[in-house]
Design a protein. Structure first.
Length: 508
């Protein structure tokens, strides 16, 4: 699962590198990224959150209690409902945007954003289908193919920049529509990629009326609070980016590049672990095996902490050389690097919390509780909007980063508190032991990485691609090795497990 997600995230990073070279971080980039963020929010809410969280337990229940025929009929009812609901929302949104553009004279950046949104909004229907297919495959024990579906999305989006954009005009605000068309084509590719595996498993789509369908009603009731509960981070980003867009579209573009850098470790370990844990935790909760439930949850959080803590520290310490290596070319200048660096340094401290929210929320869903994560997320959302509005003017993209980090840390603390209250005890004592060792090792690794980068910069500079690569990977590699050895010395379970896994694969 992590390997497939890594492939997808690496391609996603390559896509952002192509985007940065093509459009930089100016107002056109800000308009496109905010417009894309709105339909893309549905991908994150559905594909990585609420739909799968609500659908998988019900889908599995039908398989266990009523057999495969009723299971596939349930899937068809949910898909039919999604198509109808998404089509209505898309139609209303596109009509509303078209009327607004016809009746009102907007600023150029706002008008471009709305025009791009009108082109990309049908992506919502495509992502609904892709999310439903993903949930079905996960429930049937297929994790690799759904995770690889996002690679198709990134390949098509990269192709839209390299091959389609040059044919749509000479100016950037004309060529940018190639990226919008690429989003639609990418949605088709992501959904279609999963169909062959579903067909081999026995799925065949047939229209099943969703009206008054008991299963569809259950999924909807679970999804509504789950949409907020699982995806607080994504909703936070959209709200704060909208606020920032009215201050300066450039803030949106700079902050978005930092978010993309965060998504690599968050996706590899946060999303992939949460996706894997949901059906496992649901099964344990259904059988009332609560000691095993606590063990599995602790195991997942321990693995997440081991990987994402060092990732967060290195993203803060090496933010400047990382941004320079990945993005500084074409229209993405040295000034662009400084702006994105500030955003990343303020956003990265919340990486562990961002990822832990996904896992803890799924623990609640496995226990049949969707309201508690929703209520906690509403509190966090309100806090985030207030902080972002207060900090975005004086600190610009750095203010958005600090607001999101503080909000997510608060969110995860409240989830822990509520889950402990719900279950009586969580048995996280061994995780506290690991936390102390990992924090100590992470701080030492961070100091080593910072001093190593400064020594590299002072001695060799960063004039060539090779030097830019070395400025990131040499200090990060040494720091990562020190962190791993300290974790092994402290007998951190995740470190030992990963070491044993690597050695076992190497021996084979």
């Amino acid at each position: 699962m992590a390997a497939a997600t890594l492939t997808s995230r690496v391609l996603g990073m390559l896509r952002e590198m192509v985007y940065a070279r093509f459009m930089g971080d100016g107002w056109v980039a800000g308009a496109f990224q905010l417009a894309f963020m709105i339909p893309n929010l549905f991908r994150r809410l559905l594909g990585e959150g609420a739909l799968t969280a609500a659908f998988i337990p019900i889908f599995k229940e039908k398989e266990k209690t009523h057999g495969e025929i009723e299971m596939w009929r349930t899937a068809n009812a949910v898909i039919s409902g999604l198509v109808v609901a998404a089509s209505v929302i898309i139609g209303l949104a596109m009509i509303g945007v078209s009327v607004a553009l016809a009746k009102h004279q907007f600023e150029p950046q706002t008008e471009l954003m709305l025009q791009l949104l009108r082109v990309m909004f049908p992506y919502m229907l495509l992502v609904c289908l892709a999310a439903a297919f993903m949930g079905m495959l996960n429930a049937r024990g297929h994790f690799f193919i759904p995770a690889m579906g996002a690679t198709m999305l990134n390949v098509v989006m990269i192709a839209s920049v390299l091959w389609l954009a040059p044919h749509l005009g000479q100016k950037l605000d004309e060529q940018i529509f190639a990226l919008a068309l690429g989003v639609l084509a990418a949605g088709v590719a992501q959904a279609a990629f999963q169909l062959p595996t579903l067909w081999r498993d026995g799925f065949s789509y047939r229209w099943v009326s969703p009206w008054r369908n008991e299963t569809v009603g259950r999924v909807v009731r679970q999804m509504i609070p789950g949409t907020i509960g699982v995806a607080a981070f994504q909703i936070n980003v959209l709200l704060t980016q909208t606020i920032a867009f009215w201050v300066s579209p450039q803030i949106v573009a700079s902050f978005n590049y930092a978010v993309r850098l965060m998504e690599l470790p968050q996706g590899m370990f946060g999303i992939s672990l949460a996706t894997y844990l949901l059906p496992t935790l649901s099964g344990l909760a259904a059988e009332k095996k609560y000691p095993e439930f606590r063990t599995m949850l602790r195991h997942g959080l321990g693995t997440l902490l081991f990987f994402n803590l060092i990732a967060a520290i290195l993203l803060v310490v090496l933010a400047e050389p990382i941004v320079r290596l990945l993005f500084e070319r074409g229209l993405f200048t040295a000034d662009s690097t400084r702006r994105a660096t500030l955003a990343l340094m303020c956003l990265a401290p919340g990486l562990v919390a961002f990822s832990a929210v996904n896992i803890l929320a799924r623990a609640f869903y496995a226990l049949g509780d969707t309201k508690t994560p929703m209520q906690i997320s509403l509190v966090s959302l309100a806090m985030n909007v207030v902080l972002a509005a207060a900090l975005v003017v004086p600190l610009r993209q750095g203010g958005l980063g600090l607001a999101n980090s503080a909000t997510s840390i608060c969110n995860v603390w409240l989830l822990f508190y509520a889950l402990r209250k719900k279950m009586g005890k969580l048995e996280m004592e061994s995780l506290q032991h690991s936390f102390r060792w990992l924090v100590g090792g992470g701080l030492l690794a961070g100091i080593i990485a910072y001093l190593g980068w400064k020594y590299w910069e002072g001695s060799l500079g960063h004039e060539t691609l090779g030097l830019k690569i070395g400025a990131v990977f040499v200090p990060a590699g040494i720091a990562g090795l020190v962190y791993w050895l300290i974790a092994l010395a402290g007998k951190v379970p995740a470190a030992k497990e990963m070491t044993d896994l690597i050695l076992a694969r190497f021996r084979r």
